[in-house]
Design a binder for this molecule. Structure first.
Ligand code: DMJ
Length: 574
């Protein structure tokens, strides 16, 4: 009995005995296959669950993002309808309120806004509708033909700073009182960068058509200036009659910067109106210059408008040369860096090779500077105006491969240090108009006035945005404080006749409100405020929205699509 019980329990447990399988390979194979199938099944289920969880998470994030976007769209709709029935779409600067910033940055930004308010209020009170304010004598002057230059130059700064009431008052003046039918010989360059640029920027920010209409009006009055044998424009034109000529002191020549600094504005105008004539005129200038573009990409400052070639004259990144190089880079950016604008980038890179050949260092402190050139001789002089170059070089540096990119960024940083020292080296801590570099003496002020120029703070703004290095904010803050100390007067801001003595002049330049204060304000604002990925600044610091480029022959079709997408709000506010 005992034996039979033990043999039946052995039969029950035989499956656990390895010998049971080893003796019969078929059983072993079967058990192996069952094991593999179960493993695969379990692994597959786990993977499915994981994938499912990931998908769920992504969907949740997407729903959250869409909810935020919906909320913003609803808010924007309400604000636009309330504020202006002419507004199609607008950029909401109040979004900045939600962005967390350093309390010191916020405080400094407020101080700059306060400076703008002081400058603007003084202009409103004493020079309303005139081109510029003379703060000491408390009156307006019409240095640009009575086009309200300060008012137009200030529109976007007011808008960006959220000075809404001031912006609305300025908008009303543009709508009701701005009249371009003036029997006045205007500078094509100054009128383009301040007036066309200022109006287009106000249009891009506010979506208010009145600005676009006015920009078209003044651009149409400037356009005959390009009717020359070569297509290089005359630099002066009568706004009422359209007669164009060059200033007597150039010997009949056109000026490089004056002829090569309308591209951004006129291309933008074509993009926004669908009319190709503006873009055609200004792009032709670059094609003409490209025909005889030298290997070092450096052009003398005078061009013969009949032949389209340069006359023997100074080569400089300062006065009369500067913004020609700036626009080669910026049209490439405005054109979305596509193949159609490749030649702008190529020309700019060629000019940067030339710029490297002008770079020198001072003794004993090794400040890096950009010299000037006449014929084959280098001149050890640099204008404060050329201090826009560090910003331009930094902006263009990312378009190179890694080696050149860091080489150019380093150069930009070295040059910015020199420009900052143009300020730091004077008793007032404000820079003179130009500097000479004599061996053993580092930098010496040449022309010693300061007219509230923006170029150094412009470069500090770009360098801070592109490197994130807060040192540039500190330098900008020091410069701002020097303006506050030396240039702020009871009724506005004035320049200095001499940065050594601090003696004041009697002029509040319109670019102080358009550029100097705007770049300072943006230096202390989050990088999302007028993002460099979405906007390109003209040479007067007017941000223009980057939109798809118009292909010649397709203008009408493209503009219709663009207007449709603008209404649908797919351009993120503009
Ligand atoms: C501005 O009108 C522009 O920045 C121009 O390109 C150069 N000069 C002044 C400011 O200094």
């Amino acid at each position: 009995m005992a034996r039979s019980r033990s043999s039946s329990s052995m039969i029950r447990w035989r499956y656990l005995n390895p010998a049971y399988y080893l003796k019969r390979p078929k059983r072993l194979a079967l058990i192996f296959m069952v094991f593999v199938s179960i493993s695969i099944f379990v692994w597959d289920r786990q993977t499915l669950v994981r994938e499912h969880e990931e998908e769920l998470l992504q969907l949740k994030e997407e729903v959250e993002r869409l909810q935020i976007e919906l909320g913003e769209l609803k808010h924007e709709d309400v604000v636009s309808v309330k504020k202006s029935n002419t507004t199609t779409t607008k950029v909401d600067m109040k979004k900045m309120d939600g962005v967390a910033t350093d309390p010191i940055e916020a405080q400094r930004r407020e101080k700059v806004k306060d400076a703008m308010l002081h400058a603007w209020t003084s202009y409103e009170k004493y020079a309303w509708g005139h081109d510029e304010l003379q703060p000491q004598s408390k009156n307006g002057v019409d240095s640009f033909g009575g086009l309200g230059a300060t008012l137009i130059d200030s529109l976007d700064t007011l808008y960006i700073m959220g000075l809404d009431e001031q912006f609305q008052r300025a908008r009303e003046w543009v709508a009701t009182s701005l009249d371009f039918n003036k029997n006045y010989d205007a500078s094509v360059f100054e009128t383009t960068i301040r007036v066309v640029g200022g109006l287009l920027s106000a249009y891009d920010l506010s979506g208010d058509n009145v600005f676009l209409e006015k920009a078209k009006d003044i651009a149409d009055r400037l356009l005959p200036a390009w009717n020359t044998p070569s297509g290089i424009p005359y630099n002066i034109i009568n706004l009422a009659h359209g007669n164009a000529h060059n200033p007597g002191w150039t010997g009949g020549d056109s000026i490089l910067a004056d002829s090569g600094t309308e591209q951004l504005e006129f291309i933008a105008l074509t993009q926004r109106t669908g009319d190709p004539k503006y873009q055609e005129k200004v792009e032709n200038v670059i094609l003409v210059l490209n025909k005889t573009f030298p290997d070092d990409g450096l052009l003398p400052i005078y061009i013969n408008p009949h032949r389209g070639t340069n006359s023997h004259s100074t080569i400089t990144f300062g006065a009369m040369g500067d913004s020609f190089y700036e626009y080669l880079l910026k049209v490439w950016i405005q054109g979305n860096k596509t193949s159609e604008v490749k030649h702008y980038r190529e020309m700019w890179e060629t000019s940067m090779k030339g710029l490297l050949s002008l770079v020198r260092k001072t003794a004993p402190s090794s400040f890096t500077y950009i010299s000037e050139k006449i014929g084959n001789s280098l001149i050890d002089k640099m204008d404060e105006l050329a201090c826009f170059a560090p910003g331009m070089i930094a902006l263009g540096s990312s378009g190179y491969g890694p080696d050149n990119s860091s080489k150019f960024l380093n150069l930009a940083e070295e040059l910015a240090w020199t420009c900052y020292n143009f300020y730091q080296s004077t008793p007032t801590k404000l820079a003179g108009e130009n500097y000479f570099f004599h061996s053993g003496q580092d930098m010496t002020v040449g022309t010693s006035w300061n007219i509230l120029r923006p170029e150094t703070v412009e470069s500090l703004f770009y360098l801070w945005r592109l490197t994130g290095n807060k040192t540039y904010q500190e330098w900008g803050w020091n410069i701002f404080q020097a303006f506050e100390k030396n240039s702020r007067v009871e009724s506005g801001y004035v320049g200095l006749k001499d940065v050594n003595t601090g003696v004041k002049d009697n002029m509040m330049q319109s670019f102080f409100l358009a550029e100097t204060l705007k770049y300072l304000y943006l230096l202390f604002s989050p990088p999302s405020v007028i993002s460099l990925d979405e906007w390109v600044f003209n040479t007067e610091a007017h941000p223009l929205k980057i939109v798809p480029r118009i292909v010649p022959g397709e203008e009408r079709k493209q503009i219709n699509v663009r207007l449709r997408t603008r209404k649908e709000g797919r351009f993120g506010g503009v």
